[in-house]
Design a protein around this ligand. Structure first.
Ligand code: NAD
Length: 385
């Protein structure tokens, strides 16, 4: 019996993305899978049921119980959603397993095999399945368009007979996937863009997309897997001090700094914000995970008093959903490409010799099989495989 892949309506309020597109359905069907999509699941992302049906999917009523097989999801599943799955179901999507610990436990006790695409090793072979990259790229673009809206001025230098408009100065802190896309986008709009990051490769990466790298002479802070590590307290404070003059002269400040498994590093203090020029705009992608900017609140725009006026402090939340059609197209293909690793000729075949499979699986056959997740959760029965 071929494996069934179910794509559901996302239940989180405000979430517009869907883990299906006509292209991803075609790919799954070609691999021998049966694809079921809950009616209307793609509507907020402008993915039509009819287009998915034409690509080979069956449209089912929302809430139709999952009968095993594979379930795709965009948002981490809730405990209740996991508990509703039959034992042996395979789930694929962003799981946020270090935060969603109750859902991980539910998957373990329910015999669900849960793959967290957010844990996928970031090796070249994983690029087509890398949801963190595909979604961060869109977030980076959206950060700039959010900032541009709030700025209410042009980004590029413009000379007219009536006078010259100065270019906007954009500062990007954290130049990973989202930050680099923000730099490239702001640059394309004509801004003068500078950036800082702590990874050794970041200076060249910033320059490659047209930004000026701000070298704070702090030394680098690389961890394994291409990620940054947390700066010690004195070095973090020094970074704030050295960034302060750059922040003060920025028209637009975009922050995207993150350290896996940690709260977002605090790069900008309230005093640094207070020293900015009136009319400046700050957008903090890390607002939901502690905030790179002191005082940012996820999903809110705050007008913060500075000498002579205010600055707009925007805490990002769910911004990929603002670009739901594109975000869904990439996310859906990420899921379909990952599925190609574990479905052969329509049958589910889990190859635990494949580092992409072992790197992303969190629970399997009643155990938490990811050591890092297990260490965080400390499963009551000590299961950590
Ligand atoms: N090989 C691949 O297939 C692949 C795919 C995607 C990403 N990557 C790499 O993974 C790395 C991480 O990317 P990401 O965007 O997911 O990272 P991330 O979301 O974990 O962090 C965002 C950025 O914040 C930076 N940061 C952390 N602490 C900071 C601080 N105190 N000050 C300034 N910046 C700070 C990080 O260095 C990173 O560049 C990058 O090197 C990227 O090129 C590789």
């Amino acid at each position: 019996m071929p494996v069934t892949v179910r794509v559901r309506v996302e239940r989180t309020p405000g979430e517009k993305r869907v883990a299906a597109s006509p292209e991803s359905v075609k790919k799954l069907v070609a691999s021998g899978a049966i694809v079921e999509i809950e009616a209307g699941a793609g509507a907020p992302a402008r993915v039509a049921d009819a287009a998915c049906r034409d690509a080979g999917a069956t449209i089912v009523a929302p809430g139709t119980p999952v009968g095993g097989g594979i379930l795709f999801h965009v948002r981490p599943l809730t405990v209740a959603e996991v508990e509703a799955l039959p034992s042996g179901t395979v789930t694929i999507g962003v799981m946020d397993p270090f935060q969603s610990t109750a859902a991980v436990e539910a998957a373990r006790t329910g015999g669900v095999t849960a793959f967290a695409l957010d844990l996928l090793p970031r090796i070249s072979r994983a690029q087509s399945m890398d949801v963190l990259s595909s979604q961060a790229l869109l977030a980076g673009y959206r950060l700039v368009t959010l900032a541009a809206d709030a700025f209410g001025r042009m980004f590029g230098m413009t000379m007219t007979a009536a006078g010259t408009l100065a270019p906007a100065r954009v500062l990007v802190l954290g130049a990973g996937v989202a930050g680099l896309q923000a730099i490239a986008t702001a640059k394309r709009l004509g801004a003068i863009v500078s950036a800082n990051d702590v990874r050794a490769a970041s200076a060249d990466e910033v320059r490659s997309v047209g930004g000026t790298f701000i070298d704070l002479d702090l030394g680098t802070a690389d961890a394994s897997g291409g990620y940054a590590k947390e700066l010690a307290e004195d070095r973090a404070r020094r970074q704030q001090e050295l960034l302060a003059p750059h922040v003060a002269t920025a028209d637009i400040l975009i922050t995207t700094a993150a350290v896996p498994g940690r709260a977002a590093p605090r790069l900008v203090t309230a005093a640094m914000v207070a020293a900015m020029k009136p009319g400046s705009v700050l957008v903090d992608l890390a607002a939901e995970s502690g905030g790179n900017i002191e005082g940012s609140v996820a999903g809110e725009r705050l007008d913060v008093a500075v000498t002579g006026g205010t600055v707009a402090l925007i805490g990002a939340r769910d911004i990929q959903s603002d670009l739901a059609p594109d975000a869904s197209k990439l996310y859906a293909m990420n899921c379909a490409n990952f599925t190609a690793l574990i479905v052969k000729d329509g049958e589910l075949v889990l190859d635990f010799d494949d580092e992409l499979v072992t790197g992303s699986v969190v629970t399997h056959e009643g155990a938490i099989v990811n050591e890092r997740v297990s260490a965080v959760i400390q499963a009551p029965n000590g299961v950590s495989a």
